[in-house]
Every structure is written in C-alpha cells, then in structure tokens.
Design a protein around this ligand. Structure first.
Ligand SMILES: CC(C)(COP(=O)(O)OP(=O)(O)OC[C@H]1O[C@@H](n2cnc3c(N)ncnc32)[C@H](O)[C@@H]1OP(=O)(O)O)[C@@H](O)C(=O)NCCC(=O)NCCS
Length: 387
C-alpha cells in the first residue's frame, strides 16, 4: 500500500465560511466578497473586521473594532525587553514567532470564550506590526518609534518603521497589500493554526505555529526569496540566462506557481499593477525585471514541462515592498501582519463553529512503510549485542 494523499491536496477536512478560492477561474472571495472589489473599496481595518465578524460591518461595529485596534496599539515592556535580548542577526520571523508565543504570558484573562478570543484577535492584529517594527529598529540600533494612535493601521506600521509619516499614496498601496494577504482559506499556515486550535490550545499557540509555517520558502518565505532573486539578477538583460540556468538545474522560480490556482492568482494581478505604479513613481527597474521573469518562466515551463505556470501573490509583492522602502527580510513578517486577520478568524471558527459538521481534533493517518518483523514487533536486541 502506498500513501494516497501526500500533501493533502484536494482533501476536504472542514467546512469554512471565512473564504473561498476558485483555482480554475482565479477568484478569491472573503466572506462572500470578491477581493478585487475589496481592494478598490475597503481598507485593511474593515476587511479584518469583516473576517472576524462574518460580514461587512455596520458603521458602529467598524468604529468599535477600529477603536479597539488603536487602543491595543502597545506592547508590554517585557516583550520589548525580550526583543532587545535577541541576537541582532536573528531572523525576523523567528523573533516574531517567539514574541507572539510570549504574548500569551502577559494575557491574564483565563476565559476561552468567544469574546475573550475576539479580544485576543484584535490584540494580535494590533501588536504584531509593533513587534515587527520594533525589532527592525532594535536590530539597527535605532530609537523605537512608539505607535501613533492617530494613524490608520497600514500608515502606522510604515511610520513606526521609518520614523516619519508616510506618503498617502504609499500608505494606500501598502493598505491594499494588507487586504490582499489577509486571508486564503486552508493554506499551510492557516491549517497549522486550525490544527493547533483543534487541540484546544490557546490563540497565541495557534498563531505562533502559523508564523512558523509561514516562514518556509514554499509559503510566505517566498516573497523574501523573490526579492533576493531580483537583487541578484539586477537588470533586465540578465533575466533570460538566470531563469534558463535555474530551470535547467530543476530549481524553482520563487513567486511562480500555486497549489490551488491553475490560472492567474487574482492577487498577483493587483500586485503587478501596484509594482508597476511604484516603479514609475520611484524610477526603479524592479517591475520590468519581474515582468520579464514572469514571461520567461511561463515560456520555459511550457517548453520543458508542457504546462502553464502563473505568478502567485509573492512575485510582485516583493518589489512593491522594496519600493516602499522595506528591507527584504521583513517581507514575510509583513505577510504575517496581514494574515493574522485570517488566522484568527479561522481559529475562532475552529473553536466556536455552531453548525454540523463541527470541527474535531485533527488526526490524519500515515501509511507505515518502516521495518516490520511480524505482528508482535521485532526482537529487542540489547545494546552490547547490536552490530
Ligand atoms: C507553490 C508550489 C509549492 C505549488 O507546487 P505544486 O502544487 O507542486 O504545483 P504543481 O503541481 O502545479 O507543479 C507542477 C510542476 O511544476 C513545477 N513547478 C511548480 N512551481 C514551480 C516553480 N515555481 N518553478 C519551477 N517549477 C515549478 C513542479 O515542480 C511540478 O513539476 P513536476 O511535475 O516535474 O513534479 C510551487 O509552485 C512552488 O514551489 N512555487 C515556488 C514557491 C512559491 O512561490 N511559493 C509561494 C506560493 S503562494
């Protein structure tokens, strides 16, 4: 017998009302609303509020949510001290994962009810950007920039990172990036969050597990790898040889391909436009180089494997963040800044789903293909007699 469901592709393990993906037609819907509509009309705050409250909020619900988000814009001095203790060359994702786990130790509310989890979700959405920005300034030996209570979520992050209020157009572009990354159904990190929640572990444990899953280069870590690739290629005329050489060694091109989308990832289309806009505004070459990578990879993959390949969310977000002045190793933490909205919505769904089939402890099965000596097991040979 051999394992049938490696990677759990196409295996349905739960019902969800949070979002849906149509991988054949390139559609992504949050709580019933198309993300292409949300990026035009919504803000990250409203999108996060909708993800957690199951529908577009009324004015009062949104205003209460936004006020609570701003009120949570602070971190305990113990977390700040923890940040100062990490080695300055620590990976920002490791720092974030540890600090989120540490947040649990400062949460004195013992309740596990829905309200307590809703409060934790707001607090995590608010605190993760502070941790990321503080860490960046600490590792660079800069003074911390305390969060502003007057700015929007996206604007405040850029402000804490740079120390000055960002350009309005840059802030809106960053806000759109946050909307686009906020939720994506049962991707690896969300599944990790739900799996941990299914054991009845608390929200901080589930979110820190999700951050660990996000850090890998086949998932959120790809946006950092894309920027490394762009910086290595540097100019349009080098793209062709770089891509051909990499594919000839059977290596992957980061930011291309997707486990679910078999057509254009709708997020990539929006991000492509944003990268183009930023390249024009900042006179940087990254959009043109990225576009050439997209086209050449598609062309070469067609020749080599006879299959189509499309850009995913990470291909154009990498250059967009770079042109917003963000250091590349913060690309994946920024993914977490946004995706925490989706993770926490899923955690709440996992913990409090009311309709059948209710979630239960995840416990998949593996096919054992190891040593076998019969139904009673192998004879235990004492250490001194083993060869
Ligand atoms: C995301 C990813 C893991 C999905 O992988 P997947 O589900 O195996 O995708 P597919 O089944 O469509 O792959 C079909 C073939 O294309 C290859 N392929 C997929 N993405 C590729 C890429 N980016 N570069 C080169 N080859 C790729 C696969 O290796 C596979 O080859 P094979 O048939 O010889 O085994 C994969 O596309 C990938 O590794 N992309 C790069 C990392 C990345 O950008 N991750 C972020 C995802 S949002």
């Amino acid at each position: 017998m051999e394992t049938k469901n490696i990677g759990l592709r196409n295996i349905e393990v739960a019902d969800t009302k949070v979002s849906s993906i149509d991988g054949l037609n390139g559609k992504l819907i949050y709580r019933g609303y198309d993300i292409l509509d949300l990026v035009k009309k919504s803000t990250f705050e409203e999108t996060a509020c909708m993800l957690l409250n199951e529908d577009l909020p009324t004015k009062d619900v949104l205003s209460n949510f936004s006020d609570r988000l701003v009120a949570s814009r602070e971190i305990h001095e113990g977390i700040e001290a923890g940040l100062r203790n990490f080695p300055k060359n620590a990976n920002p994702m490791d720092v974030l994962q540890s600090s989120v786990a540490q947040l649990a130790t400062y949460d004195n509310e013992k309740s596990e009810d829905r309200n307590a989890n809703y409060r934790r979700a707001i607090s995590l959405i608010s605190k993760i950007p502070i941790i990321v920005a503080y860490w960046d300034r600490i590792r660079k030996g800069k003074e911390l920039v305390k969060p502003s209570k007057k700015l929007g979520h996206a604007e405040n992050f850029l402000y804490m990172l740079t120390g000055s209020e960002p350009d309005k157009e840059f802030s809106r572009i960053f806000d759109i990036c946050l909307i686009l990354h906020a939720e994506h159904s049962f991707n690896a990190s969300t599944f990790a969050a739900r799996e941990v929640s299914s054991t009845r572990a608390h929200m901080y444990a589930a979110v820190s597990a999700a951050i660990g899953a996000l850090s890998g280069e086949l998932h959120g870590g790809a946006n950092f790898k894309v920027m490394q690739m762009l910086l290595e290629i540097k100019s349009e005329d080098k793209v062709e040889s770089w891509i051909k050489e990499r594919l000839s060694q059977d290596k992957k091109i980061m930011g291309m391909g997707h486990a679910v989308y078999k057509t254009f990832d709708p997020r990539a289309e929006v991000l492509r436009e944003l990268s183009k806009r930023l390249s024009e505004k900042t006179s940087q070459p990254w959009y043109n180089i990225t576009k050439k990578i997209e086209d050449l990879t598609a062309e070469e993959m067609k020749k080599i494997k006879g299959s189509d390949i499309f850009p995913n969310v990470d291909l154009y977000s990498a250059s967009a963040y770079y042109m917003l002045g963000i250091q590349p190793d913060l690309n994946t933490p920024i993914f977490a800044i946004s995706r925490v909205a989706g993770w926490t919505a899923h955690i709440i769904e996992e913990k409090f789903a009311e309709a059948a089939p209710k979630p239960m402890l995840y416990r998949p099965k593996a096919v054992y293909v190891g040593k076998y000596c019969g139904p009673s097991g192998c004879e235990y040979i004492p250490l001194e007699k083993r060869q």
